[in-house]
Design a protein around this ligand. Structure first.
Ligand code: TRP
Length: 466
């Protein structure tokens, strides 16, 4: 069942890229635009990374700071990246070159490409984990174990030298095939079905979790900010997580916006995407934390949280095999639509900047990512020792999400706030007067001062004072 489904899915994607990516065509409708972008934004960041980072950084205070970051910095920067891509209609490096010719701004694009590459290094590994869990769920193996046994199962799986690698390889091959052939209507059509289904499923699971005994303790953990529990690194992690979840800070949204058609209300779409993405993360928290407290587990489990907690939740429901298979399938597909967006950013750069055929570019990127992902996966077992206290997996995550994405955010805010001609920006946001963007002055103020200053303070404080 798995293979045919995936196959159909990438036939969609295949059509999509032939149509859109090569000829720089446009997404069809406004709903299509929202859903395709949501397809990139909603992924492991919301359902896997958000709950475990929140759990490790004290819950409420982290989530509060996360929400402030999304609203005050994330949403304005989503608009800024959209505006750049929409205006330039090019890949991330090409966009900077087009809007700021003969300047070093294109280096921001290069930083984005590097960030995307590093993120893929661990993202593919975790996408593989979701596929393994789907496979286990279908076979009915995620039943009748205690939470401790699920933990052992997860720990031994990710540390295994071969098993996770097989899934990682399968995922890379699938994404490779999708991207190499070019794709039509895919992300858009697939997202149209996938995203709402995932959303409804998450809601059902959240309601179920909230009805568990002692569930309110989990809700309190999420929404009662205890600021004494938060460190400066926690604030930076929340900021980085906001960017990671919104696909922000590396030009992914620049690339997507370059495929938007005419007459798009950018502020509105930026708001919708940020809102939906954040809702999914919060709902994922509402699925997980009530269950954590109800089953007497610890919220700071780390990367295994979703994989250890959720089987225990499904087990309490009628038809557990159905629910768990559906969940891991949707999670795997949501991860798939996100990782495709990452791959596309790097591939389009390699192919255009080095004048390589798309086929060659895809192969180079997939090959390099494979090496990185193998190292990342092996570093969770005994074969590669930690370097300065972190595994390769953790380093990839840390350098990309916590360092490069916030820096990319600073760069984009300065670029759009200071460098880009304000009339051009207003024209893009208002579509030559088709829409009214009333907050333009406030918006410029945020881009010029608030965003770069806040991000840099958090960043430098963490780097030098922590
Ligand atoms: N936002 C995706 C998620 O939450 C991951 C992702 C896709 C991403 N493209 C990105 C993260 C670009 C940072 C930058 O799973």
């Amino acid at each position: 069942m798995f293979i045919p489904f995936i196959f159909k899915y990438y036939v969609f994607l295949h059509h999509y890229y032939t149509n859109h990516m090569k000829s720089r065509d446009t997404f069809t409708g406004k709903i299509g635009i929202v859903l395709a972008t949501v397809g990139s934004a909603v992924g492991l960041g919301n359902i896997w990374r958000f709950p475990y980072e929140a759990g490790q950084n004290g819950g409420g205070a982290f989530i509060f700071i996360y929400l402030v970051c999304v609203l005050a910095l994330g949403f304005p920067l989503v608009m800024a990246e959209f505006a750049v891509g929409y205006k330039a209609k090019a890949n991330v490096v090409g966009s900077f070159k087009a809007l700021a010719p003969n300047t070093p701004w294109y280096m921001v694009g290069l930083m984005g490409v590097s960030a995307g590459f590093l993120i893929m290094g661990f993202y593919f590994v975790v996408t593989g984990w979701t596929a393994e869990y789907f496979w286990q769920a279908v076979q009915g193996n995620l039943l009748h174990l205690s939470s401790e046994e699920y933990k052992i199962m997860f720990d031994s799986f990710i540390a295994h030298p071969i098993k996770p690698l097989v899934w990682t390889l399968i995922m890379i091959v699938l994404v490779h095939v999708v991207i190499i052939n070019g794709i039509k209507n895919g992300i858009e059509k697939a997202s149209k079905i996938l995203m709402p289904t995932l959303f409804v499923l998450m809601l059902v699971l959240a309601i179920h979790s909230l009805l568990l005994p002692n569930a309110m303790e989990g809700v309190r953990f999420m929404f009662e900010p205890k600021f004494e529990n938060i460190t400066s690194e926690g604030v930076l992690t929340a900021l980085g997580q906001a960017f990671f979840s919104l696909s922000l800070g590396m030009g992914c949204l620049i690339t997507y916006a370059s495929y938007f058609g005419k007459g798009i209300n950018i502020p509105r779409i930026a708001f919708q995407v940020s809102f939906i993405d954040t809702m999914v993360a919060v709902i994922a928290g509402l699925v997980i934390f009530p269950a954590v407290f109800s089953f007497g587990m610890q919220p700071d489990e780390g990367t295994g949280l979703v994989f250890v907690m959720l089987p225990t939740v499904f087990e309490q429901m009628p038809f557990p095999i159905f629910w768990s298979s559906l969940f891991y399938l949707l999670l795997a597909l949501a991860a798939f639509t996100s990782v495709i967006s990452l791959h596309e950013v790097v591939t389009s750069y390699v192919s255009e900047e080095f004048s390589l055929s798309r086929k060659k570019a895809v192969s180079i990127v997939s090959g390099a990512v494979l090496v990185l992902a193998v190292l990342a996966s092996l570093s969770l077992g005994a074969s590669i020792h930690p370097i300065f206290g972190k595994s390769v997996f953790e380093w990839l995550d840390y350098i990309s999400a916590t360092i490069l994405l916030p820096l990319g955010g600073v760069a984009v805010s300065i670029f759009v706030g200071w460098y880009l001609d304000k009339r051009i920006l207003l024209d893009v946001l208002e579509q030559e007067g088709q829409f009214k963007f009333r907050f333009f002055k406030t918006y410029i103020f945020v881009l010029r001062y608030i965003a770069p200053v806040c991000i840099l303070i958090v960043f430098l404080h963490n780097l030098f004072l922590a």
